[in-house]
Design a protein around this ligand. Structure first.
Ligand code: 13P
Ligand code: SF4
Length: 365
């Protein structure tokens, strides 16, 4: 970044916001929010902190938030989530609408595990190995460039709420599928649909090679070697311990956890599924939940009639989700009141067009 760009850089929060007490920030954020009225709509992913969620006009998982974003007419959407979610919102909203990510450092380590260069290189290699037999599917937790690549090659996006359906659809199109970037969601979904684990190969984007335990002609699913660093913190030993000490505690995890954890748990499902399951749980029942900690803490405080713990007692929140906080939200709102759009997320037209195709295929199927 040149000195001139540095001087013009508005992506870093002024220190006055980080040094202001939260009760004052809260009052200022409410005042700014009220001034902006219907010009602004605030979306909050379930993994966001309470100090942010309290300002959300709508909360949801990735799928719900992208649908809500697509239906918005507000001039500006403030996306309290991570970068790939704000990109999706920008793709789905009209060109005159701004999508803001209050802190540009709110990325997703899983999405960053599949770059477009790695994906193009992998695709060329896989075409040589398997010919035109592969359909690419990408978890929405991926960059717009990857969604666009998938859209261009006849594939679609998936979320943790519709992965089963989309994997079935992929097999109605082609003999094999490439699942990016989360190997665990891919493996858990394919295994649920009856595909043997030995028929799933792994593409290693760093070593640029395929790891397979069967003959190439028997490979049905190629899993990208990516993962969520948050959900990887739930381990089989946590389940073994709970089974031995509290056999009546039900274990409910997100399918971004490893296959060992998912198969040893009682139930698994998307963020919304977990919330719904807890909402309908009988009073007094005991739960251990394997997902992001801000959400688990919220479920604990909102359901005092249940006994809920985190599956991993030393679990932390998702660090990148946590970068969106009250200081960044207040800064975003006050700048909007002053007529300045900070941290806009803009996906170029060509990338947006093909990404939209991948998203549309998900909604159409
Ligand atoms: P969902 O909201 O689709 O359940 O995804 C969880 C997640 O990790 C979001 O980053
Ligand atoms: Fe990415 Fe995992 Fe954080 Fe979700 S929880 S934003 S997948 S790192």
């Amino acid at each position: 970044m040149s000195i001139l760009e540095l001087l013009n850089d508005t992506s870093t929060i002024p220190t006055s916001y980080t040094s202001t007490p939260s009760d004052e920030l809260y009052r200022r954020a409410v005042a700014a929010r009220n001034k902006l009225g219907e010009r602004v709509y605030i979306l909050g992913h379930h993994y966001q902190k309470d100090e942010v969620i309290q300002f959300a006009d709508a909360t949801g998982d990735s799928l719900q938030l992208s649908q809500i974003a697509a239906a918005q007419t507000a001039d500006t959407i403030i996306f309290c989530g991570v970068h790939f979610m704000a990109e999706t919102a920008d793709i789905l909203t009209a060109p005159h609408q701004n999508v803001i990510l209050p802190d540009l450092r709110a990325g997703c380590s899983m999405a960053d595990m599949a770059t477009i260069t790695q994906t193009e290189r992998a695709w060329d290699n896989l075409q040589e190995l398997f010919g035109d037999t592969i359909l690419p599917l990408t978890y929405v937790n991926s960059t717009a460039a990857i969604k666009s690549f998938v859209g261009k090659h006849g594939g679609a996006t998936v979320t943790s709420s519709n992965a089963h359906h989309m994997v079935k659809w992929a097999f109605s199109q082609k003999q094999r599928l490439l699942f990016l970037p989360d190997q665990h969601l891919g493996r858990n979904t394919a295994a649920d649909l009856g595909i043997p684990l030995e028929h799933m190969a792994i593409w290693d984007p760093i070593r640029n090679q395929l790891e397979a335990n069967c003959a190439h002609e028997d490979v049905q699913v190629i899993l990208w070697k990516g993962h969520c660093s948050v959900h990887m913190n739930f381990l089989p030993k946590h389940i073994t311990h709970l089974r031995a000490t509290e056999p009546d505690r039900r274990i409910l995890v997100h399918p971004e956890c490893t296959h060992e954890v998912v198969t040893a748990s009682d139930d698994n499902g998307s963020t919304s599924y977990i919330i719904e399951r807890i909402k309908n749980a009988p009073s007094g029942s005991k739960w251990a939940i394997g997902t992001e900690m801000n959400l688990v803490n919220r479920l604990i405080s909102e359901n005092p009639h249940l006994d809920i713990v985190s599956l991993n007692p030393f679990m932390c929140p998702c660090l990148t989700m946590n970068r969106i906080d009250l200081p960044h939200l207040t800064w975003t709102l006050e700048e909007l009141v002053n007529g300045t759009v900070i941290n806009p997320i803009r996906v170029d037209e060509e990338t947006a067009r093909y990404s939209k195709l991948a998203l549309q295929r998900m909604w159409d199927n």
